[in-house]
Design a protein around this ligand. Structure first.
Ligand code: ADP
Ligand code: ADP
Length: 223
């Protein structure tokens, strides 16, 4: 297991957003984290990635205690937050290079990595444009490239396909499948069809509690 979440609890004020959330994810298998709006998906993703503290519980990444060792963990995790926050005034390449700098990568390494990611994410024709000029589908590609810049082993995507038109949707799904081949990937979504389309395992969350966790094939067999 490269990612193990155990007994995570989180309160906002006195409202309980997560109640003993536990699940684990395996390299090479896409884990669908499925639940309706308000279920606690983003809260869970933000705790795993270190953007939010937990009130109780543990996150282990590659065997290391993530909540206590953020410096060890941050190079190992790539994160595409919900609503994909981007700097619209920056050029695609400039933004990706800047993002690499945040991880302390050397500039020669950043340049070759950006080159590679621009190609892999299908951004070659858009790379010299400003992010603000790009369509939503291309912005998601930029968000994915940004999440992968430091070659993390664990990738967390929060609602990466919401709001895309059908063509963009298929292309972003394909890209996610490609990315997941040698990584641990969590795909958070409120749409069952998204899970059916590309996920191997599914964890269902509602009102801050895990309702089910199984390979997708078992979930389908039981329904
Ligand atoms: P999801 O990502 O599944 O839509 P969230 O993790 O965003 O769910 O939210 C879980 C619950 O916590 C919801 O009831 C939401 O309104 C609440 N919540 C999320 N963020 C905050 C916050 N910053 N302050 C207070 N309540 C929050
Ligand atoms: P989600 O779809 O993940 O629930 P939202 O669009 O509801 O996200 O929330 C957007 C932002 O507002 C997030 O940063 C979330 O943490 C915060 N938020 C969500 N619910 C509340 C709330 N009840 N009170 C304060 N902040 C909230």
């Amino acid at each position: 297991m490269s990612l193990e979440v155990s007994h995570l609890s989180k309160f906002y004020g006195n409202q309980k957003a997560l109640d003993e959330v536990s699940f684990s994810a395996t390299p090479g298998r896409i884990l669908g984290f499925l639940g309706p709006n308000g279920a606690g998906k983003s809260t869970t993703m933000k705790i795993i990635t270190g953007y939010l503290s937990a009130d109780a519980g543990q996150v282990k990444i590659l065997g290391e205690n993530a909540l206590e060792n953020p410096k060890f963990v941050s190079p190992k995790i790539g994160y595409l937050p919900e609503n994909n926050p981007l700097y619209l005034d920056l050029y695609v390449r400039e933004f990706l290079e800047f993002s690499g700098g945040l991880y302390g990568m050397r500039s020669s390494h950043i340049r070759s990595r950006v080159e590679e990611l621009v190609r892999k994410t299908g951004l070659s024709t858009e790379q010299h444009k400003k992010i603000g000029q790009l369509s939503k589908g291309y912005r998601q590609r930029v968000g994915l490239a940004r999440a992968l810049i430091h070659d993390p082993q664990v990738v967390i995507l929060d609602e990466p396909t919401t709001g895309l038109d059908p063509n963009q949707l298929v292309e972003i799904r394909n890209l996610i499948c490609e990315i997941a081949k040698n990584k641990t990937l969590i795909f958070s979504t409120h749409i069952m069809q998204e899970v059916e389309a590309i996920c191997h395992d599914v964890v269902i969350i509602n009102k801050g509690r895990i309702l089910a966790a199984s390979p997708l094939s078992e979930l389908k067999a039981g329904s």
